[in-house]
Ligand binder design. Structure first.
Ligand code: COA
Length: 327
């Protein structure tokens, strides 16, 4: 693999104001706070206003990045928005964001790898910068999952929430962040987690033609707790590292029980694992930047720390990265 020439230099995040608690959900579907906490660890999640979309959340996250880091973004030359809940099919959220931010000379595109989106986005940004094609890239992970959640389906509506996070990735030959990547897809398992509205067939099998999220929670759970520990080994092999050298693990936070099981199977301490699901639920491509940003704000991350980011979910797909912290 090429020696990386890209570094993560700033972070930002945003979540909508409205809170949906487990108590609120008890009034909507046949569930209980006790069941939800016991099975998922989630207590509440944020819900966007009716007139608030993924581009709005993305914009606020970038504003947070700019105000806290004092970074200039008018010379950003690429905007990648990772999302499965774009405002429109076209224009892309990235194009809307480019216009809202008033950035003149940037390419803009959306990337959909569901909950693996943000790590795929970072991987692409590293590739474009290391190849010498771009110098400064905004990678956003943003979702308004509440807009495609079925609030009559108790097996899914307890899980999802809205939020956004962003990283600025810049050219830096001397102190690159990206040490190794392991990406992949198991498309034949796509039927376990989908949102359609065009097709009602998946590999010849009839599925629901609905834009709401449909999932087989058990299958996704089983897949994640077996596939992620294996993927971590492949990732560490590529980085020529052992798990002992890793300071922090930031898995996609879908379900706390799933994270506990992944850590146990991989042999990694839960105390060194960062997640934001207790108050935000599963925000898909936003979970990793939300967790990373909180740890950064709290001063937990030290320059030189080795961190594993691991996104996984719809596709089914995954993208893991070993990075060296350098903000
Ligand atoms: N409240 C109360 N009971 C519920 C419920 C809820 N919100 N949701 C399901 N149940 C019931 C089921 O109807 C079932 O009842 P039954 O035994 O009478 O049929 C029982 O609880 C067990 O259902 P099951 O689906 O087997 O539960 P589970 O232990 O697998 O937990 C999930 C369900 C969704 C929490 C869990 O499978 C999960 O988190 N999977 C991963 C999903 C995910 O993370 N997706 C995104 C990946 S990126």
């Amino acid at each position: 693999m090429n020696q990386s020439k890209a570094r993560i230099t700033a972070l930002g995040s945003y979540v909508p104001e409205k809170v949906l608690t487990n108590d609120d959900l008890e009034k909507m579907v046949d569930t209980s706070d006790e069941w939800i906490v016991q099975r998922t660890g989630i207590k509440e999640r944020r819900i966007s206003r009716e007139d608030e979309y993924t581009s709005d959340l993305s914009y606020q996250a970038v504003q947070d990045l700019v105000s806290r880091s004092q970074k200039q973004i008018d010379d950003v030359d690429m905007i990648i928005v990772c999302t499965l809940t774009p405002d429109f099919k076209t224009p892309s959220v990235a194009s809307l964001l480019q216009a809202k931010l008033g950035i003149q000379q940037a390419g803009a595109l959306d990337l959909n790898a569901a909950c693996a989106g943000f790590t795929y986005g970072l991987h692409m940004a590293n590739g474009l910068i290391t190849a010498g094609l771009h110098k400064k890239i905004l990678v956003v992970g943003a979702e308004t999952l509440s807009k495609i959640t079925d609030y009559e389906d108790r097996t899914t509506c307890i899980l999802f929430g809205d939020g956004a996070g962003v990283a600025l990735v810049e050219y830096d030959e001397k102190h690159p962040s990206f040490l190794a990547a392991h990406v992949g897809s198991e498309g034949e398992k796509g039927k376990h987690l989908y949102s359609s509205n065009l097709s009602n067939q998946l590999f010849g099998e009839e599925i629901q033609a609905t834009s709401r999220i449909v999932q087989n929670g058990r299958e996704v759970y089983k897949w994640a707790v077996t596939s992620v520990p294996k993927g971590l080994n492949s990732l560490l092999d590529k980085a020529s590292m052992s798990l002992k050298e890793v300071n922090w693990f930031v898995p996609h936070s879908a379900n706390l029980r799933m994270i506990e099981s992944i850590c146990e199977r991989a042999g990694f301490p839960l105390e060194q694992t960062l997640y934001r699901l207790v108050n935000y639920g599963n925000t898909s491509s936003a979970t990793i930047p939300l967790a990373l940003n909180k740890a950064h704000v709290e001063g937990k991350l030290k320059a030189g720390d080795t961190i594993i980011l691991y996104g996984f979910g719809g596709g089914l797909s995954f993208a893991g990265l070993v990075i060296e912290w350098g903000i």
